[in-house]
Design a protein around this ligand. Sequence first.
Ligand code: NAP
Length: 191
Amino acid sequence: MKILITGTTSGIGKTLSQYLESKGHEILHLDRDQLDLSNIDDVKSYDMPCCDVLINNAGIDNRDDVIDADFDLLEKTIQINLLSPIVLSSKFAKTNPTGTIINITSSCVNSNRHNTILYSVSKFGLHKFTELFRNSNYQNSLRVVELVPGKTKTPMAVGKNDLILEPSEIAETVDFILKNQNINQIYIKSY
Ligand SMILES: NC(=O)c1ccc[n+]([C@@H]2O[C@H](COP(=O)([O-])OP(=O)(O)OC[C@H]3O[C@@H](n4cnc5c(N)ncnc54)[C@H](OP(=O)(O)O)[C@@H]3O)[C@@H](O)[C@H]2O)c1
């Protein structure tokens, strides 16, 4: 399959792209040097290629307190983690109506931890978008999948020293999703 992945320069995206390539898939890397996902105008004018799968993986963390939030960082967080995946999903659905979209959210969508409000809001938005977009496409053949990882050993999770997942486990799960057409959500708990 031809698979377009955002954020393949590090962490989950890097391991995922290498793993899927080793399984014989053709990987189209969509990294910051081709498209800065924090620039909405560039994302809106992005020319979506013809491919089988889009994996919205790129993301940034934001642990700001709401009251003292850096509003520019807040805007960037919503842009990269929520708006860009929505725009890319919409473009992909138009260009590749029988394809598969995999959105990487986070286990924080099911958590009440108060130290990740801004990040969680962006991921919860993507979680809800994925569910509603899937339901709105139930009559045609677009497949819309959500992968919900727990804490994973990547640069984003530096400093978290409790039990965490390996990026290779996320990559294997994506491979499993691609081989099992009936799955539309997988939650991987890290503890
Ligand atoms: N690690 C965890 O514990 C965990 C848990 C649940 C969900 N997730 C999710 O998994 C996904 C991957 O995260 P990760 O842990 O692998 O993080 P990571 O190692 O920090 O990688 C993030 C990727 O996103 C790219 N990116 C960031 N800002 C970008 C921008 N403006 N334009 C284009 N690309 C941009 C980065 O590119 P650059 O190298 O250019 O910055 C990098 O390739 C994220 O959506 C994250 O929310 C992670």
